[in-house]
Design a protein around this ligand. Structure first.
Ligand SMILES: O=C1O[C@@H](CO)[C@H](O)[C@H]1O
Length: 289
């Protein structure tokens, strides 16, 4: 096995989030957006000026994606919301148990927003993966999940990668292009515990799988065969998610968390970072509703 290539990620914002998550490039206005999850805020970076803006959306906002008609779809604490530039429309709650919240999510190539949950104490098996269809229908896709996390589709849409962080791996599903159904779950990447916990993920144009490693201080790129090919080093312990951005989708943005940082911590945990990988990505699929 060849030694992996190594990249360093550069800090591109001050420490602006307690728990940064869910980065996504928004081509409509050329901003990289992400969330400060437990603050319920959506952050936006203008990469040209470096300016960061903040918008409060709800008590918790866990994931966002652009909508094809403009605005954003969001996963809030126990369900979904539709955002325009100045309105927030909460959809009916998917569950009522206050000990469980939404976590990471992404849209499939057909515009369906998938987002999973986790118990606030990460208790095993109490979470699920949901799908919000453009018509507002919510479907439970997986149950018995612990920390529903990264989700991404291959460039041809035929395979979906999924992370339940508690399993310490990245799984693959076959995708039925007509219905979007996910079947044939199998592990494709195993992350040794000493390297961290798999968190958010994204895929590049060559089908490489980029995995943010919570407590690992790095993002790893794996080939579709599960071989480690690139390591992106971060100066903080808890990266949470990664996404390609920029007009050419050639920058890899990495969100980070201050959760677990000691009082008075002066590290840049909670800032947004960026690296320039050898392989570019592609636009995140928007929500068709
Ligand atoms: O994405 C996430 O991962 C966990 C830590 O494993 C964190 O609380 C959640 O937002």
């Amino acid at each position: 096995m060849r030694a992996p290539g190594r990249l360093a990620a550069a800090q591109v914002t001050p420490v602006v989030a307690d728990h940064g998550e869910g980065p996504v490039w928004c081509p409509d206005d050329g901003r990289l957006r992400w969330v400060d999850l437990l603050a319920g805020d959506v952050l936006a970076l203008d990469p040209v000026t470096g300016a960061v803006t903040r918008r409060h959306v709800a008590g918790v906002v866990a994931a966002i994606r652009p909508r094809t008609g403009g605005g954003l779809v969001a996963a809030v604490e126990r369900g979904f919301a539709l955002l325009t530039d100045d309105t927030v429309t909460l959809l009916p709650e998917v569950w009522s148990d206050p000990t469980v919240r939404m976590n990471d999510g992404a849209c499939d190539p057909w515009g369906r927003f998938h987002c999973g949950s986790m118990a606030y104490d990460a208790a095993p098996g109490r979470a699920a993966l949901y799908r919000l269809d453009p018509d507002g229908t919510v479907t439970t896709v997986l149950t018995g999940v612990t920390v529903s996390n990264g989700l991404a589709w291959t460039p041809d849409g035929g395979t979906a990668y999924y992370v339940d962080s508690a399993l310490g791996r990245v799984d693959a599903f076959d995708v039925d292009r007509a219905s979007g159904e996910l079947t044939g779950r199998r592990p494709v990447v195993a992350v040794p515990p000493e390297q961290g916990v798999p968190d958010g993920i994204c895929v590049d144009v060559a089908g490489g799988i980029w995995v943010a490693l919570w407590d690992g201080g790095a993002v790893h790129r794996y080939t579709p065969d599960g071989e480690l090919s690139v390591v992106v080093d971060l100066p903080v312990r808890r990266p949470t998610a990664c996404a390609f951005g920029g007009p050419d989708h050639a920058d890899l943005y990495v969100t980070t968390s201050r959760q677990g940082s000691p009082p008075g911590d002066r590290s840049p945990a909670g800032a947004l970072f960026r690296a320039r990988p050898p392989v570019p990505g592609f636009a995140a699929h928007p929500f068709a509703g």
